[in-house]
Design a binder for this molecule. Structure first.
Ligand code: IVH
Length: 676
């Protein structure tokens, strides 16, 4: 017996260690990288399991356990460029519940006849706004709960946050949620899709990524909004939470109208039921409701645990799931020839958007669910914006020959008819006809002209297809043979568009070598990898003759990428394209203007970038600063060494720089500084 118990003990101890690791990683992915790996529910279940195990094993207590602290949005890198500020009151999290029973358990622990305020739980990121003598002075993210990042310059771009107030207490703090409304989120993701940038999984991640940008103009453009739900400070008006929020509303703060004081579980239930449906009509994302003890004296008596207040609890709405008909499976060919099966669904409304398509990933996925056209399938959309097919409704197995069997995966490309190949060890089928399959060719051209590649404005998907169908554009080199009259005679395009496109094509000849390399679209060579390769091989001639060993010596380049690069340059059609691009005048080697190597010329300097630039993009300047030992910062302070000032620099920044005596350095002066 003894042995058995000690075995269980050992297993549980191991589980504690692995759960701690898993939850820390999930927190990091969620708060810092804005790429959630677990659903909220999975996270909570694992957290509860860890709490139970830790209770059973007090000898394993550890104040660093994720059960003892809230997740942190502070970057592990200390160079993010925001001032770190210690919270005046710790910024805690909320205990979660998923059922009315759990709410009832919580209510039972409260004093009798307590009033409960029900509010919507907004799904963004928390912010703490500091007001001193009627002026907004700081805006601090939750960070690790004890200290956060001051993102004031970004917060000032949010139109519904008051920056100056009259007749308010001298010192107080408002806490709430920063959100990206659905409409702005969808617009942003559409833009990102066009630029082939990774999509944000949901508005929360998008809001979080946006608030941590070092470029307030871009933050403003994306259009954040805010709701506030908590006022803190000494000697503030009102004795209840509800009255305080109403007072804040009168002062001009954005306070939701959906707040209700409840006196019974029934009333709470009614509120939940109403908002579980009605929330779909709101302009912002919500993921539950928050219940709070209304009386502030009672709140104080109840106090806090290490992580959450005892006077509040969240109820999380269940992930939305619906049954709908799988009308048809179609097959999409991507830029690299990968064939993705797509479920075409009877349209359904799910978590704020209409869903009519969902990926079926690959052949194995279809087989695992044993899917057939005509099946009823479960579609789910929780915190993630991308709808998932999570199951199939039972279907009566029958041998009726009229009922279609699981469709066999096509053996030939649905676009060009070439027999498909399946690379060993990969789940995907691929069309090998790289130089003759329309979606692959159009996709490659779209990638080539995209903003982060050659940045040729005006050549959108439709125009490229139009030019392709008219035999004017079949590969990226053809772009440089386009004539004004070719473009202008296309349907929907006139003289002006043609001039625009030609100007973009001309300007692309100055795009530096690292971006040209990215634009070529070599499989798996993304933006960052291309930069690293271009640094090691400062010309296309050097790269074309590189050996596999030399290639894998580069950071980020593994076996597969090295093989892809070698295969790309070995292909005679690609050699011809590269030679035509060279003739057209593209940058095939690092030039004076392009930074060649890392240096420590900017060591110890904190630099703020402002305005727009001619020779490099803002992102490139950020990289240049880092590569030369400098530090990027989003806001001007006493610590700023200088401002890299482009055209149309923000007036606020200019004013602040002048008042603090921070020098402005022009783009040319900056490049001279590095080339010295
Ligand atoms: S009250 C001390 N009220 O949910 C607790 N939080 O999961 C103060 N949230 O960190 C929080 N809507 O970012 C409160 N109406 C609301 C909320 C809300 C969203 C967020 C908040 C909090 C998180 C906890």
């Amino acid at each position: 017996m003894m042995d058995l118990f000690s075995d269980i003990d050992a297993l549980e101890r191991e589980e504690i260690i692995s759960l701690r690791k898993e939850l820390e990683e999930a927190n990091y992915k969620y708060y810092v990288q804005n790429m959630p790996t677990l659903s909220d529910r999975e996270f909570d279940e694992k957290m509860r399991r860890l709490q139970d195990l830790e209770k059973a094993h007090p000898e394993m207590a550890d104040k660093n356990s994720p059960t003892q602290h809230v997740g942190s949005d502070l970057s592990k890198r200390a160079d993010k460029g925001f001032e770190q500020v210690t919270h005046q009151y710790p910024m805690l999290s909320l205990a979660n519940s998923y059922s009315l029973e759990e709410i009832q358990d919580w209510l039972r622990k409260l004093p009798e006849h307590v009033e409960i305020v029900c509010e919507l739980k907004f799904d963004g990121l928390s912010i703490s706004l500091w007001y001193e003598n009627g002026k907004l002075t700081k805006a601090v993210t939750r960070g690790d709960g004890q200290k956060g990042d001051n993102v004031i310059d970004n917060i000032r771009t949010i139109a519904n946050i008051p920056q100056v107030l009259e007749n308010v207490p001298a010192h107080f703090e408002m806490r709430g949620e920063v959100l990206l409304p659905w409409a702005n989120f969808e617009r942003l993701n559409k833009e990102r899709e066009e630029q082939e940038e990774p999509l944000f999984a949901n508005p929360r991640n998008a809001a979080s990524g946006t608030l941590k940008l070092l470029d307030p103009q871009e933050v403003k453009r994306r259009g954040l909004t805010c709701y506030l739900y908590y006022m803190l400070g000494e000697n503030l008006p009102a004795e209840t939470h509800y009255e305080r929020l109403q007072t804040a509303k009168q002062w001009g703060f954005p306070i939701s109208d959906a707040i209700k004081v409840c006196h019974s579980l029934d009333e709470v239930n009614e509120y939940i039921r109403y908002w579980d449906t009605e929330r779909k009509n709101l302009p912002v994302a919500t993921d539950g409701i928050v219940l709070k003890v209304n009386n502030l004296a009672q709140q104080q008596e109840l106090g806090f645990t290490a992580k959450t207040p005892r006077w509040a609890i969240a109820y999380k709405f269940p992930a939305e799931r619906q049954l709908t008909k799988l009308k048809q499976i179609t097959y999409q060919v991507g830029r690299t020839g990968v064939i993705t099966p797509v479920a075409n669904l009877e349209p359904i409304q799910l978590s704020g958007t209409v869903v009519q398509r969902a990926t079926l990933h690959n052949e194995d996925f279809i087989r695992q669910l044993n899917l057939r056209e005509g099946d009823m399938v479960w579609v789910e959309k929780g915190g993630e914006i991308i709808p998932k097919i999570v199951g199939r409704a039972d279907r009566e197995e029958t041998s009726d020959p009229r009922i279609p069997r699981t469709p066999s995966f096509p053996s030939c490309c649905p676009e060009c008819g070439t027999p498909l190949v399946r690379v060993e060890g990969e789940a995907a089928w691929r069309c090998p006809n790289e130089s003759g399959c329309k979606p692959q060719l159009v996709g490659k051209i779209e990638h080539f002209v995209s903003r982060k590649a050659m940045n040729i404005d005006g050549l959108g998907e439709e125009t490229i297809e139009l030019l392709y169908d008219n035999d004017l554009l079949h590969n990226i080199a053809d772009i440089y043979d386009l004539r004004k009259e070719d473009i202008a005679r296309m349907e929907r395009l006139g003289d002006k568009s043609a001039d625009n496109i030609l100007a973009g094509i001309e300007a692309s000849k100055n795009v530096p070598w690292s971006r040209v390399l990215f634009a070529l679209g070599i499989r798996m060579v993304g933006e960052t990898t291309a930069k690293k390769i271009a640094k090691r091989f400062p010309s296309i001639d050097a790269l074309q003759t590189a050996t596999k060993e030399e290639l894998i010596a580069i950071d980020d380049v593994g076996d597969q990428i090295a093989d892809n690069i070698i295969a790309y340059f070995a292909d005679i059609k690609n050699q011809e394209i590269v030679s035509r691009l060279r003739q057209a005048g593209l940058q095939m080697e690092a030039e004076g203007g392009e930074w060649k190597a890392e240096s420590d010329k900017l060591a110890g300097q904190t630099i703020v970038i402002s305005g727009t630039f001619n020779q490099h993009s803002r992102d490139e300047y950020k990289d240049i600063i880092e590569a030369n030992g400098g530090k990027n910062s989003g806001s001007v302070s006493k610590k700023t060494s200088f401002i890299l000032a482009g055209e149309n620099m923000g007036p606020e920044k200019r004013k602040k720089a002048e008042s603090l005596g921070v020098p402005l350095v022009s783009e040319e002066e900056f490049l001279d500084m590095l080339n010295d």
